[in-house]
Design a binder for this molecule. Structure first.
Ligand SMILES: *Cc1c(COP(=O)(O)O)cnc(C)c1O
Length: 426
């Protein structure tokens, strides 16, 4: 019998990877709390929360029970013409905890699809009002919104690798990523690029789509909440909807339950995913206002044209309900503040290293931006050797641990980053 790794490399394609890859993959046996165990017995402290998701850590008894209980009742049922308690409860919770007046919820199975749904909602809304020309979108450079075609079209044209698909993607409008940093005010010149596009093209633009405050996979940048406030005003002024993609930021990661709260704004459409189920299952949701859902429903064709097969999967909704309850009943604000403090104290030290361009921390997100892109072939095993799971991309080495991480484990994570980054060639 060949090894798991041999069988893996024979037929499994990993995310953003080559089938001829020389890059290592590590077989995982199990995961519990903030640790997972590799097949050879090595234990790693998780610094990634499985890409923003596992906020309560792994193998949590409350979340396990939620899945088990729902499994005994009904693992799945179609959502066309049928409904169930886990979905209705989750929708009403999401309405309660997201900014007013978001009060209609459309479930889907992944973040990218939630973004597609948001974009279709915006187009259908304007179509319902007879504004059929409003079919395009404006987004920020360094943004990331997912890997499907509609979502890809609004990702940063460079880091999103647009050029490969240039002929198949809708051409959207891009504006400069905000340079005003988080915690700083922003000036009219910061808004210049957005103002120009809206002035010239608002008649063709259905919506502005942004990741509020934290730009994730497109560059791990934190920008001024003030920019969002002003972007909201500009959208209103130019009759353009605002879509907030909170798929990465939602559920406390940035220090607020939703990053829009840093700016006290409400988007017209909001996408959530990733941490929605505490990382247990794939589930996402697109929320919108009554105004938009009613306008779409009141006008021809009178229905919203989307419906995933696994929409509102009961097990996913049940574990999402349990995860949100667990979060809200915990002192998550304090925990995230504490993580922020320790990340800052630990990663600060990287600032003096010649390899390092910038260090930034917001909420439970810590980023060390290097001057050169990392070599994944060597850096990944180096982190594993340190007993941590940190997965850099490009020039970015970053931590976003589960909220349940202890101070000691968090220190181990920042120490590992300092050690590994110091050892890089520069
Ligand atoms: C991850 C992510 C997506 C895509 O979600 P998937 O579940 O991977 O499809 C979209 N937007 C943002 C901001 C993300 O971080």
């Amino acid at each position: 019998m060949s090894s798991l790794l041999e069988r893996d490399s024979a037929c499994v394609w990993h995310p953003y990877s080559s089938m001829h890859s020389e890059l290592p993959v590590f077989p995982v046996q199990s995961a519990c709390g903030v640790r997972f165990t590799l097949q050879d017995g090595t234990q790693l402290i998780d610094g990634m929360s499985s890409w923003w998701c596992a906020i309560h850590g792994y193998n949590h008894s409350v979340l396990n029970d939620a899945v088990k209980n729902q499994l005994e009742k009904m693992s799945h049922i179609m959502f066309g013409g049928l409904t169930h308690e886990p979905a209705v409860q989750l929708a009403s919770t999401l309405v309660d905890i997201t900014p007013q007046p978001l009060n209609t919820v459309f479930f889907s199975d992944s973040g990218s699809v939630a973004v597609e749904v948001a974009m279709k909602m915006a187009i259908q809304y304007w179509g319902a009002l007879g504004k059929n020309r409003k079919q395009r979108f404006v987004s920020l450079r360094s943004g990331y919104h997912g890997d499907t075609f509609g979502a890809m079209s609004v990702c940063d044209p460079v880091t999103g690798m647009h050029s490969l698909f240039a002929d198949s993607l809708t051409q959207q409008f891009f504006v400069e990523a905000p340079v005003c940093k988080f915690g700083e005010p922003c000036t009219d010149s910061d808004l210049q690029s957005l103002t120009k596009v809206l002035t010239e093209h608002h008649k063709e633009i259905a919506a502005l789509i942004v990741e509020p405050v934290v730009q994730g996979a497109g560059g791990m940048r934190f920008y001024s909440a003030d920019y969002l406030v002003k972007a909201r005003q500009l959208c209103d002024e130019y009759n353009v909807l605002l879509i907030a993609d909170e798929i990465a930021t939602g559920f406390g990661r940035s220090g607020k339950l939703f990053a829009c709260e840093h700016a006290a704004i409400s988007p017209d459409i909001m996408c959530v995913g990733k941490a929605l189920t505490g990382g247990y299952m794939t589930l996402a949701a697109t929320l919108t206002t009554q105004k938009i859902s009613q306008t779409i429903s009141d006008n021809s064709p009178g229905v919203f044209m989307h419906g995933p097969t696994f929409m509102a999967n009961p097990m996913a909704c049940a574990v999402a309900n349990a995860s949100i309850k667990l979060l809200l009943e915990s002192d998550w604000q304090l925990k995230v503040k504490n993580i922020e403090r320790i990340l800052l104290a630990g990663l600060q030290k990287c600032r003096e290293l010649p390899q390092v361009q910038d260090v930034r921390v917001l909420g439970a997100i810590g980023v060390v931006e290097l001057k050169q892109p990392v070599n994944m072939k060597t850096i990944q095993p180096a982190f594993v050797q340190q007993g941590v799971w940190v997965r850099p991309f490009g020039k970015l080495v970053y931590l976003m641990p589960p909220f349940i991480v202890s101070d000691v484990d968090l220190k181990a994570l920042t120490d590992a980053v300092l050690k590994v980054v110091s050892s890089l060639d520069n």
